[in-house]
Write a protein that binds this ligand. Structure first.
Ligand code: ADP
Ligand code: MG
Length: 249
């Protein structure tokens, strides 16, 4: 059963046609890794998925929430988009933590603001999430007192605290020093083990080999090729995939 359905997704910025018609279905607990050259539309795809960007055309369904792009912006539609956003966790390349809040306050924010949790409930929930990402002993630290890897793990905990149906990661380790990459990838692997549905844009090939149920290769706004990591990495069908892989390895 697919939990995410993307149908004929198109996105243009003015005259720049960035997504040319993406079709993708993702099953519950599936981990999909998206790869492709810079500028191919990977971030735009993720951002359209939870309407951080309004798609130009297409249908997006996450769980029971279905939004048709380009529709009239009325109250019903706004509500649908809000519901869809609530159910997707988004982790960016830059961690975007509130600098004046501690780790636990950063994680508490969402449950209070979005789910109407009490401060006590939110604190308990946040602590559990921070323990889960290995930061139970850093709850009261401010972002500046944490390494980049720790900050990114707080950002993951913050998303998890909203109990999302799917987690979207946009190059979660590419802003990190090399020695900090592994701890963040490990947290993502643990989530995969637990059955979290995830869409991950990354250039980390070994990680993709480990964790991806499916690898999707994008170029120029289209899905060029998809398959298991073994199929796509070891015997790519498309010349464009081959070219890309020869550069990243
Ligand atoms: P990738 O993540 O694969 O590197 P992006 O989705 O970031 O690719 O970008 C694809 C194209 O969309 C690029 O040509 C980029 O300039 C354009 N683009 C992305 N976001 C915007 C935006 N907010 N406004 C205008 N153009 C954008
Ligand atoms: Mg990008």
């Amino acid at each position: 059963m697919s939990i995410i359905q993307i149908h004929n997704l198109k996105k243009s910025f003015g005259l720049n046609d960035v997504l040319l018609g993406i079709d993708l279905e993702i099953n519950k607990s599936e981990v999909v890794v998206i790869m492709g050259p810079s500028g191919s539309g990977k971030s735009t795809l993720l951002r359209c998925l939870n309407f951080l960007e309004e798609p130009t055309e297409g249908i997006i369904q996450i769980g029971e929430y279905r939004v048709i792009a380009g529709g009239k912006i009325d109250r019903k539609r706004k509500k649908e988009i809000r519901e869809l956003r609530k159910r997707t966790g988004f982790v960016f390349q830059s961690f975007n933590l509130f600098p004046h809040k501690t780790a636990i306050e950063n994680v508490m924010e969402g449950p209070i603001a979005i789910h109407g949790a009490s401060k006590d409930e939110a604190r308990k929930l946040a602590e559990l999430q921070l323990i889960k990402v290995g930061l139970g002993d850093r709850c009261d630290h401010y972002p500046v007192q944490l390494s980049g890897g720790q900050q990114q793990r707080v950002a993951i905990a913050r998303s998890l605290a909203l109990n999302p149906m799917v987690m979207l990661f946009d190059e979660p380790t590419s802003a990190l020093d090399p020695e900090l990459v592994r701890e963040v990838l490990q947290v993502i692997k643990d989530l995969a083990q637990e059955g979290m549905t995830m869409v991950i844009v990354t250039h980390e090939m070994n990680f993709a080999k480990d964790v991806a149920d499916r690898v999707v290769f994008m170029d120029n706004g289209l899905i060029v090729e998809e398959g298991t990591s073994q199929q796509v990495f070891q015997s790519p069908k498309e010349e464009r995939t081959r070219k890309f892989l020869s550069k990243v390895e």
